[in-house]
Design a protein around this ligand. Structure first.
Ligand code: G3H
Ligand code: 13P
Ligand code: ZN
Length: 322
């Protein structure tokens, strides 16, 4: 099937109480691992490309890799999405270049400026059959080249969402309820210790989400920064020569709860990076004589596939939803 927009995907997800996974793609192994997992679990998927991914792999290579994945996995709906577009020009270039969805992220700008640029992108995108995700509220961490320092992040203000959606015409809205980008989402001092001595981060602000949903009934909500940073992979990285102290993510059960509500798209990148890196480190430690990239990229690709299947089952609930 050809690339799809998120319109139908989100309607089904909203009504069905699940979310569609949006996974970042940067190379062939990542595209293959994600789409094979989705084909096997019969799950719709959003493959998203950041500005950094485009700079790394080149727009044409990424589009062609996704086209190959569509041919190899013909049963699953695939949307090709720009992650964190930071200008009208970047969004236009992706719309003209075959993407079916773009995000314009002006969340770090004042409200009126966010509205004006988002509206400009929406007008161009809709005229070309492409949908638009926008953002209100800021997440801590690194979003492409924008670094939001700890303490500078702000939750979405529910009282702004109706005016924003009304004035911009955006198709979905990313909100800030306590998630953040990267593998270090909380400092240990922000967490509590459970009886097993495991650090438990502060809960997501479901009250903010509920208030947004009350004001925008039926409207698809997006969560960024939703990796869970599974500790077994952090331990693997550290065991085989890495150094990732105090890497902490969002507990999977909280994301599962969000996926059952109006949250229709959940963004995951760091967990895929972590799974690949842990496996490659282990491979090098166990096979120091290997130098053919296929020897370590093959298990790395399998690790991506396993991680995506885990997300589909534990977090998204999108299996058998094609
Ligand atoms: O939100 C950020 C995504 O994880 C993409 O990261 O800009 O390093 O490609 P990147
Ligand atoms: P993570 O860093 O939590 O995987 O978030 C990815 C993301 O939000 C991409 O836009
Ligand atoms: Zn993001």
């Amino acid at each position: 099937m050809p690339l799809v927009t998120t319109t139908e995907m989100f309607k089904k997800a909203y009504d069905g109480g699940y979310a569609v996974g949006a996974f970042n793609v940067n190379n062939m192994e990542i595209v293959q691992g994600i789409t094979e997992a989705c084909q096997e679990t019969r799950s719709p998927v959003i493959l998203q490309v950041s500005k950094g991914a485009r700079a790394y792999a080149n727009h044409t290579y990424l589009v062609k890799l996704v086209e190959a994945a569509m041919i190899e996995n013909p049963d699953i709906p695939i949307c090709l999405h720009l992650d964190h577009g930071d200008s009208f020009e970047l969004c236009k270039s992706c719309i003209d270049g075959g993407f079916t969805s773009v995000m314009i992220d002006m969340s770090s700008k004042p409200f009126e400026e966010n509205i004006a640029i988002t509206k400009q992108v929406v007008e161009y995108a809709h005229a070309h059959g492409v949908v638009v995700e926008a953002e209100l509220g800021t997440l801590e961490g690194v979003e492409d080249e924008v670094v939001v320092e700890a303490g500078q992040a702000s939750y979405t203000r529910p009282e702004e969402v109706e005016e924003f959606v009304d004035k911009t015409g955006c198709d979905s809205l990313a909100i800030a309820i306590g998630t953040s980008h990267g593998a270090y989402k909380f400092r240990p001092e922000q967490c509590t210790l459970n009886e097993d001595g495991v650090l438990v981060p502060p809960p997501l602000r479901f009250d903010v989400l509920d208030e947004v949903v009350k004001r925008l009934p039926g409207f698809p909500i997006v969560l960024h920064g939703s990796s869970s940073v599974p500790q077994e992979f952090v331990e693997m990285v550290n065991k085989y020569g890495g150094n990732m102290p105090d890497a902490i993510g969002i507990p999977e059960e909280q994301l599962r709860q969000a996926a059952k509500s109006a949250v229709c798209k959940i963004n995951i990148d760091s967990d895929i990076r972590l799974a690949m890196t842990a496996n490659i480190r282990q491979h090098f430690a166990e096979h120091p004589e290997h130098f053919d990239p296929r020897q370590y990229l093959k298990p790395a690709r399998a690790a991506v596939k396993d991680m995506v299947k885990r997300k589909i089952i534990n977090v998204l609930g999108s299996d058998n939803k094609i």
